[in-house]
Design a protein around this ligand. Structure first.
Ligand SMILES: [Zn+2]
Length: 292
C-alpha cells in the first residue's frame, strides 16, 4: 500500500486571510488619521483599503474554468450515454493500455458487446466507433483532455511514471492545479484506489451520475476517466473503473480501479527494473517529477 502525503494548505483560505489583513490595516490607518488629524495617514489608509477591496475582484476564481469544463464534459458524456443506450451495451468500459493503441500517447475506452471479448490490438485501426470485428465500441474517454492537461503540468507523460511514483505525481498536480484539498493512493493486488478530498470535480461527478448514469457507471465521470487514462498508461495494462462513490458528508470522492490482468511484479518493482515496451522510458521519469 502506498499513500501520498497530505496537502495541508488551502490556497484560497490564505488569499482571503491576506486580503482581510490588508483591509484591516487600511481601516486602522483611517481610524488613526481621524484621531490625530493627519491627512497623509488618511489618504494612505483609504488607498490600502481601496486596493484590498479591488484585490477581491482581481483574484482569479477556479469556478469560471470549472463551469466551462462542466459544459464541455456534459456534451461529450451525453454522446457516450446515447451510444451505450442505442447499442444496449451493459459491459464495463476497458481503458486500453498503450501497447493496445496505434498512438501510445492517446487513450481509448473499449465497451464490449459481450463479456470476455478480446481487446482490440494496436495493429487494428481504432479510429472508428465500432471495432473491426463489430464486438464493441471505442470511445474517446471523457477525461482525455484533463489527462493531457495533467501531463502538461507534470512535464512528463504518464507512460513514463511507474505506478509507485503515482502518489508523488498526484501530490504535485494538486499543489499546481489546486483541484482537491488532499489525495490518497492505495494499491492492493489488482485494485488501485484514489481518494480525493473536497475535489472541485465533486459536483460534476454527482451531476454525471444523475444525468448520464450509464456513462458514469460504465465509462466514468471526467476525473475518474482522466485517472483511468493515466493509470492505463502508467501500468501499460487494461483498466476498468469498478466504483466511484461520493461521500457528501466528508466530501470525499473514492474511485476504485481494477486491473483486468493481475498486476505484474515488474510494475510494482522500483524504477530501473522495467523491461516491457513501450514503457521502457519509466527509467527517466524521476528527473521530470523531481523538477519543479
Ligand atoms: Zn463520478
Amino acid at each position: 500500500m502506498f499513500q501520498i502525503e497530505k496537502i495541508g494548505l488551502n490556497k484560497d483560505a490564505v488569499v482571503v486571510v491576506v486580503i482581510g489583513l490588508v483591509l484591516l490595516t487600511g481601516l486602522a490607518l483611517i481610524v488613526v488619521s481621524a484621531l490625530n488629524g493627519s491627512s497623509f495617514i488618511a489618504i494612505l489608509g483609504v488607498s490600502i483599503a481601496f486596493w484590498s477591496v479591488l484585490l477581491v475582484y482581481l483574484t482569479p476564481t477556479k469556478n469560471v474554468g470549472i463551469n466551462l469544463l462542466n459544459a464541455s464534459a456534459s456534451t461529450c458524456g451525453s454522446n457516450i450515454e446515447r451510444s451505450l443506450m442505442e447499442f444496449n451495451l451493459t459491459g464495463q468500459g476497458v481503458y486500453l493500455p498503450p501497447h493496445n493503441l496505434q498512438d501510445f500517447e492517446s487513450s481509448l475506452v473499449f465497451v464490449p458487446t459481450e463479456p470476455q471479448t478480446p481487446l482490440p490490438q494496436s495493429n487494428q485501426a481504432n479510429d472508428k466507433l465500432f471495432t473491426k470485428q463489430q464486438n464493441g465500441l471505442l470511445f474517446t474517454p471523457p477525461g482525455l483532455a484533463l489527462t493531457a492537461m495533467f501531463e502538461h503540468e507534470l512535464g512528463v507523460s504518464f507512460r513514463k511514471i511507474p505506478l509507485p511514483e503515482m502518489q508523488k505525481a498526484i501530490t504535485k498536480l494538486i499543489q499546481k492545479l489546486d483541484f482537491a484539498e488532499d489525495a490518497q493512493v492505495q494499491i492492493r493486488d489488482r485494485t488501485i484506489t484514489l481518494e480525493f478530498k473536497s475535489s472541485i470535480y465533486n459536483e460534476l461527478c454527482d451531476e454525471t451520475r444523475k444525468s448520464q448514469p450509464r456513462e458514469h457507471a460504465q465509462v466514468g465521470c471526467i476525473l475518474a476517466s482522466a485517472f483511468a487514462c493515466a493509470l492505463a498508461k502508467a501500468t501499460d495494462e487494461p483498466i476498468t473503473i469498478q466504483k466511484d462513490t461520493l461521500n457528501s458528508g466528508t466530501k470525499t470522492l473514492t474511485i476504485e480501479y481494477r486491473l483486468v490482468e493481475p498486476l505484474p511484479k515488474r510494475i510494482l518493482s522500483q524504477r530501473g527494473n522495467v523491461k516491457k515496451q513501450p514503457n521502457r522510458a519509466h527509467q527517466q521519469e524521476g528527473d521530470a517529477l523531481a523538477s519543479g
